[in-house]
Ligand binder design. Structure first.
Ligand SMILES: Cc1cc2nc3c(=O)[nH]c(=O)nc-3n(C[C@H](O)[C@H](O)[C@H](O)COP(=O)(O)O)c2cc1C
Length: 353
């Protein structure tokens, strides 16, 4: 499919996963198979020896190195995107770093990326917001239109996704959040007038609980251009996380998944690991040190340091890690090469078209 001036051979985006879960290893492998591989801009330099003393510079340098490596692996087949959380401190510097390093796309969520087009200007990079409602899609298009640019594509994250979720804790706990297909219909309705005005399509990708190629076909039958998937890509050989994170996904059962309160100010979905249980008992685990990495986080009040917890998870530390995952993780049963997973998805997608 064509997205503006770029060709995406397969209707599959591998969702960005921070910290350290989707870097060049995973993103490059997905792009080499014809999908869009997405590198997370959340602390790509977490393993660098200077990370604690010079976090911003290290992260910016490592993000650019990861983009360059992934593009090399992709060898021009699929696309390489970067996921930048709106909540990140120095957001604009990550956008510029992604542009300079030649990323094909920026996907931005965990908040509404209202300033993204003004920051990226007319750079040759696809810009996409993550939204969880038709209302958010409309609001965002209105704001972006004023900055002279509409989204090149849109990702909808439904309530079954992993990581941060754009729904209230009450909606999630009571399972009353609107279902993905309903949000898709609303977003398509809201985008239509903008597409008509600009005379170009705004492809929509749906995320959250997508597991099979048949679901990709179903998404397309309902008007989506494709899907964004994340949890299944953790259980791949090329995923950048420690093998123990991947194994935790394979071992997880449906009942091991919990909703958490994130210091980012949104609910999140993760495995019920020892850290989650300690926070539930103690109420608060005060951060040992603070690198001031998230705008909404106040170290004097936060119930734990999410960066430390996500870094521990990426390193496979089951006791201290926060293991984000989607609510479909119970269906993940083996670790496979990215190519095998994508071949399975494509085979199933084609069979159901
Ligand atoms: C481990 C993990 C980390 C994630 N980190 C981010 C992130 O940093 N930024 C973001 O926008 N979404 C993040 N997500 C959401 C995914 O990109 C994706 O949209 C979602 O998980 C899709 O649902 P699925 O996991 O059921 O396929 C994360 C998801 C997981 C599982």
């Amino acid at each position: 499919m064509q997205i503006k001036n770029k060709e995406l051979p397969l209707p599959i985006i591998q969702g960005g996963m921070g910290v350290g879960i989707s870097l060049s290893g995973l993103a490059g492998a997905v792009a080499a198979c014809g999908g869009m591989g997405v590198i997370s801009a959340a602390h790509p330099g977490y393993l660098d020896p200077d990370f604690d003393t010079d976090m911003l510079a290290v992260n910016l340098r490592c993000l650019q190195e990861e983009i360059e490596k992934a593009k090399k692996t992709a060898a021009g087949r699929g696309l390489v995107g970067v996921n930048i959380m709106v909540a990140a401190q120095k957001y604009e510097q990550f956008v510029w770093a992604a542009v300079q390093a030649g990323a094909d796309a920026i996907i931005s969520g965990a908040g509404l990326p209202t300033e993204l087009p003004a920051i990226a200007g007319d750079a040759d990079i696809l810009l996409a917001p993550i939204v969880s409602s038709g209302r958010a899609a409309k609001l965002l298009c209105r704001k972006w239109e004023r900055a002279g640019r509409l989204p090149d594509f849109v990702v909808i994250e439904g309530s079954r996704a992993g990581g941060h979720l754009g729904f209230s804790p009450e909606e999630l706990e009571s399972k009353t959040a609107p279902e993905l297909w309903k949000i898709l219909a609303e977003v398509l309705d809201e985008l239509r007038p903008f597409e008509e005005k600009c005379g170009c399509p705004i492809p929509v990708f749906v995320a959250g609980g997508i597991f099979t190629g048949a679901e990709i076909a179903q998404a397309q039958q309902r008007g989506a251009a494709g899907v964004q998937m994340a949890t299944r890509f953790i259980a791949t050989e090329e995923c950048d996380a420690d093998i123990r994170y991947k194994q935790a996904m394979v071992n997880a059962r449906e009942e091991d998944v919990v909703l958490i309160k994130s210091p980012v100010g949104m609910p999140g979905r993760a495995l019920n690991s020892p850290l989650i249980q300690r926070i539930a008992i103690q109420g608060r685990i005060p951060p040992q040190h603070c690198l001031n990495c998230l705008r909404p986080c106040n170290p004097a009040e936060t119930s734990y340091c999410i960066t430390d917890a996500l870094i521990a998870a990426a390193k496979g530390d089951w006791e201290n890690g926060l293991f984000f995952c989607g609510d479909n993780v119970g269906r993940v049963d083996k670790i496979v090469p990215v190519r095998e997973l994508i071949e399975e998805l494509v085979h199933d997608w084609r069979a159901n078209q």
